[in-house]
Design a protein around this ligand. Structure first.
Ligand SMILES: Cc1cc2nc3c(=O)[nH]c(=O)nc-3n(C[C@H](O)[C@H](O)[C@H](O)COP(=O)(O)O)c2cc1C
Length: 166
C-alpha cells in the first residue's frame, strides 16, 4: 500500500481542519506540519498531499512561505503529489486559492507526478493560479463561503486520490 503524507500550513486552523479530515478519510496516513523537519521527512513517502491556505493577495500561507525557496530542490521522482487548501472566493476572487498553484509551480521540476485535479464547477471566482487547463490542480475549499460543501468535497477528492494511488 502506498505510504501517504498529508503536509499542511494553516494560520487560523481551516486548512489544518481540512488536513485532519483528509487524513481521517484516507486512514493510515501521516499528518505533518509544513516546517523544515516536515520537509525532511517527505522522502519516506510515495504520495504527498500538500495543503496551504492563501494569504495577502495570492500568497502562500506563512509556514510554506518560509520553505518556498527549498521546494524546487526536492527530488520527488516516483512520487505522486497533489494539493489542497482553503481560500475565500468572494473576498479574494482574483487570487482564489492561488497558494495551490504556487506550490504546483515550485514543484514543476522535481520529477513529481501530479494527481488529484478537481473541477471548477460550483465555485464563483474570477481568477486562480490553481486552475490549469480548466481544472483546479488540487482540492480548493472555501470555509468562508461554502463551508457546508467541505465535507462532501473532501470525501469525493479522497476517492479520486485513492483511485490514483492504488
Ligand atoms: C488578510 C487576508 C488575506 C487573504 N487573502 C486571500 C487570497 O488572496 N486568496 C484566497 O483565496 N483567500 C484569501 N484569504 C482567505 C483565507 O485563505 C481563508 O480564510 C482560509 O480559510 C484561511 O485558512 P487557514 O486558517 O488554514 O490559514 C485571505 C484572508 C485574509 C484574512
Amino acid at each position: 500500500m502506498a505510504k501517504i503524507a498529508v503536509i499542511f500550513g494553516s494560520t487560523t486552523g481551516n486548512t489544518r481542519a481540512a488536513a485532519e479530515r483528509i487524513a481521517e478519510a484516507l486512514g493510515g496516513v501521516d499528518l505533518i506540519p509544513a516546517d523544515r523537519k516536515g520537509l525532511s521527512l517527505l522522502s519516506g513517502y510515495d504520495v504527498l498531499l500538500l495543503g496551504s491556505s492563501t494569504w495577502g493577495f495570492g500568497e502562500l500561507q506563512d509556514d510554506w512561505e518560509v520553505l518556498a525557496g527549498e521546494l524546487g530542490a526536492l527530488d520527488l521522482r516516483g512520487k505522486r503529489v497533489s494539493f489542497f487548501g482553503t481560500g475565500d472566493q468572494e473576498g479574494y476572487g482574483d487570487t482564489y486559492a492561488d497558494a495551490l498553484g504556487i506550490l504546483y509551480d515550485a514543484l514543476a521540476d522535481t520529477g513529481a507526478e501530479f494527481i488529484g485535479s478537481w473541477p471548477t464547477e460550483g465555485y464563483t471566482f474570477t481568477e486562480s493560479r490553481a486552475v490549469r487547463g480548466g481544472s483546479f490542480i488540487g482540492l480548493a475549499l472555501d470555509e468562508d463561503n461554502q463551508a457546508d460543501l467541505t465535507a462532501d468535497r473532501i470525501d469525493r477528492w479522497v476517492s479520486l486520490i485513492r483511485e490514483s494511488t492504488g
